[in-house]
Design a protein around this ligand. Structure first.
Ligand SMILES: Cc1cc2nc3c(=O)[nH]c(=O)nc-3n(C[C@H](O)[C@H](O)[C@H](O)COP(=O)(O)OP(=O)(O)OC[C@H]3O[C@@H](n4cnc5c(N)ncnc54)[C@H](O)[C@@H]3O)c2cc1C
Length: 459
């Protein structure tokens, strides 16, 4: 496939700066390199030249998978990317055949091969994905990656309040400022954008927040045997009574990424013997059995994820020219659903489309267009993760008024997917962000789900 490039008839500006060399920042830099004479990526970390976790991205020690929809988005920006990842050790997983979902009270789903040749579910460690992206971006002649640069603040133009410069401290302790026609906040936490809005006396975005108080404990292991030759095993908690679950998925070179999950007061242990005992308490023995003879290659790393958070920047009608947040800086999803990197990649794809348009002054409308359309990109994955999170009574946030109906529908859909190949395929593609959630509102599916729920009631 040929690399798609936006029209280069005119550069939009001399320089774009990207704060953060994570998945969102690297993908955005690739897009910007078509339309700016120079692109500078600044990260507080030195970006490693091997696939190793780094301190600026602490989640890099925890399992990561790239949904098929995320790979599709990255393929568009980096043609051949999936194959390159596979060559580097990523494991292609057929989302319909290789994944064992254990959902308490539901029949097992069928095994149906769904892979298109290019857009599979890729299992790989987060450092490998980032390294491969970084190598691609480093090959672009007009992109400069500078590690060891901590951004302190974004500077506004007097009078207009546009974002024009960035102030940062280098690893040698030197303060520098750099001018840019466009600054992308891909810092993960987005506080630079919030501080800039405050400093320029703009309103702050409303936030939709869901308190999940989720705990992870993860390790890299080897010598794993998942039953029936599945490549991935998810044990979803027997909610709402039990909050314990687990996930086992391949990493590179025969390794497996293993995480045990819980919520609230029960944190998964980080000592190996207790960790194994915790695995034994899951409602299905699949993961415990799979790791019975496994060797732990790393220590067990804990993490707590307190809130999913979606900042609605599109509401700010005077959003500053010259600034765009992207990725986790806009929305952080509950990691259990594995949507964050794919959503960041899809947002970079949107940026690609918007920057490819011709207009006399593209930068004046870019933020409004990008932030509005990003709301659409986020809405589906957000809905898919928010609704099941509300099954727990201690989840905080505004519950949808029809929560019970939505939870019931999801239950019926899962049950129907166990018997109906068409529904199984659609549901799987929706979860992988290949199809919009609205395909499941199709009247024929809704009526089949209703029948399913009615027959359950009559039993
Ligand atoms: C435990 C866990 C498991 C997850 N599992 C998955 C999964 O399986 N699949 C999936 O798709 N997603 C997963 N996610 C989510 C995923 O990690 C994020 O959505 C994704 O990393 C967001 O990318 P980003 O580039 O927006 O931000 P980040 O990856 O956080 O990158 C931000 C970058 O900005 C830099 N930075 C920050 N502040 C500054 C500053 N002031 N100056 C300079 N540099 C700065 C950081 O060093 C970092 O490099 C998981 C998240 C967690 C917490």
């Amino acid at each position: 496939m040929r690399q798609e490039t936006a029209s280069k008839s005119d550069y939009l500006g001399e320089r774009a700066i990207v704060v953060g060399g994570g998945i969102a920042g690297l993908s955005a830099a690739r897009v910007l390199s078509d339309r700016f004479r120079q692109v500078v990526i600044l990260d507080r970390d030195e970006l490693p030249d091997s696939a190793t976790p780094r301190s600026g991205v602490p989640q890099g020690k925890h399992p990561h998978g790239l949904l098929a929809g995320g790979l599709k988005a990255l393929e568009r920006l980096f043609p051949g990317f999936g194959n390159e990842l596979i060559q580097a050790g990523a494991v292609p997983v057929d989302r319909g055949f290789d994944v064992l979902y254990a959902v308490a009270g539901q029949d097992p789903w069928p095994r149906i091969k769904l892979d298109e040749p290019t857009y599979c579910f890729l299992n790989l460690t987060r450092p490998l994905l980032e390294l491969t992206l970084c190598n691609h971006v480093a090959r672009l002649t007009n992109v400069n990656v500078r590690g060891g640069c901590r951004i302190l603040n974004i500077i506004a133009e007097a009078g207009t309040g546009a974002a024009t410069d960035i102030c940062f401290r280098t690893s040698e302790g030197k303060l520098e400022t750099l001018h840019a026609d466009l600054i992308i906040d891909a810092s993960g936490n987005g506080s630079l954008t919030l501080e800039f809005l405050k400093a320029t006396r703009r309103r702050l975005p409303e936030e939709t927040s869901i308190g999940v108080n989720m705990h992870y404990a993860s390790a890299l292991v080897e010598d794993v045997v998942i039953k029936d030759d599945y490549k991935v095993a998810y044990t979803l908690p027997d909610a709402p009574e039990d909050t314990r679950g687990g996930l086992l998925m391949p990493g590179e070179n025969g390794t497996y990424q293993l995480v045990l999950i819980s919520r609230g007061e029960h944190t998964p242990p980080i000592r190996e013997s207790e960790f194994r005992s915790f695995a034994r308490m899951l409602w299905t023995p699949t993961i415990y059995n799979a790791i019975k003879h496994a060797k732990f290659l790393t220590g067990i790393t804990p993490a707590t994820f307190s809130h999913s958070k979606w900042r609605h920047f599109a509401q700010i009608s005077d959003f500053p020219r010259g600034l765009l947040p992207i990725g986790d800086a806009i929305c952080r999803f509950n990691p259990v659903y594995g949507q964050g990197m794919s959503t960041a990649a899809r947002e970079a794809g949107l940026l690609f489309e918007l920057l490819g348009r011709s207009s006399d002054d593209l930068l004046s409308t870019l933020a409004a267009d990008f932030l509005t359309k990003t709301e659409d990109i986020i809405a589906d994955p957000w809905a898919m993760s928010a609704v099941p999170d509300f099954i727990y009574p201690d989840t905080t946030g505004v519950r949808p008024k029809n929560l019970e109906e939505l939870l019931n529908f999801q239950k019926g859909l899962g049950q129907l997917a166990a018997r109906d190949a068409d529904v199984f395929e659609k549901l799987t593609d929706v979860r992988h962000l290949l199809l919009p959630l609205s395909v499941l509102d199709d009247s024929s599916i809704v009526s089949r789900v209703e029948k399913e729920l009615a027959s359950e009631l009559s039993l």
